[in-house]
Design a protein. Structure first.
Lengths: 117, 114
């Protein structure tokens, strides 16, 4: 089974609108972390936001927020007030195990977001 | 703020040649990860080092080897290169013990095998 599933290969959103990028995950480890990264066409991987499995509140970072629904195993990224510069590939990733261990990230297949005028 | 440095940024090699990719983590970061991202693919974990010791191994071919040196920089050595090795190779670093072990990625090395 896929550990990270992103079901939206591509999304379009108008400038200034909000958009939700879906991510579901599968793990039996009670301790895990969920990450979102942005990859523009230039190729670099830019960290956006993190949610820990024990965090009580949804994470927020500026225009980015994470809609964490633990029982449904979903960690959707919400981008508010979209900007043209948000056009990029977005990856959801998971780290399993406790902090303090050098745990690798497992990535989803990504969602390509295009912001239009 | 200092970021992860990777060199070279671009590399072109012939089949069966060797290549060495270098990674300089963020100062004071003690963990390095290597990922391979093929064209149109998601990044795949190759190998990681914590305090200069290999800590985890993923889908890394036997033709590849890596190490982390005393100054914490890491090198990924790739031999007998194949066309399928053409990819973007990322190095990421983290400081274990931080609240969420955020991994900071370098700009990547784009390897093209001809």
């Amino acid at each position: 089974a896929q550990k990270i599933t992103q079901t939206q290969p591509g999304m379009f959103v108008q400038e200034k609108e909000a958009v939700t990028l879906d991510c579901t995950y599968d793990t039996s480890d009670p301790s895990y972390g969920l990450f979102w990264y942005k990859q523009p066409s230039s190729g670099e991987m830019i960290f956006l936001i993190y949610q820990g499995s024990y965090d009580q509140q949804n994470a927020t970072e500026g225009r980015y927020s994470l809609n964490f629904q633990k029982a449904r195993k979903s960690a959707n990224l919400v981008i508010s007030a979209s900007q043209l510069g948000d056009s990029a590939m977005y990856f959801c990733a998971m780290r399993e195990g406790n902090t303090g261990t050098a745990s690798k990230l497992t990535f989803g297949t990504g969602t390509r977001l295009q912001v239009t005028l | 703020a200092a970021g992860v440095i990777q060199s070279p940024r671009h590399l072109i090699k012939e089949k069966r040649e060797t290549a060495t990719l270098k990674c300089y983590p963020i100062p004071r970061h003690d963990t390095v990860y290597w990922y391979q991202q093929g064209p149109g693919q998601d990044p795949q974990f190759l190998i990681s080092f914590y305090e200069k010791m290999q800590s985890d191994k993923g889908s890394i071919p036997d033709r590849f080897s890596a190490q982390q040196f005393s100054d914490y920089h890491s090198e990924l050595n790739m031999s007998s290169l194949e066309l399928g090795d053409s990819a973007l190779y990322f190095c990421a670093s983290s400081l274990e013990g931080r609240a969420h072990n955020e991994q900071f990625f370098g700009p990547g090395t784009r390897l093209t095998v001809l």
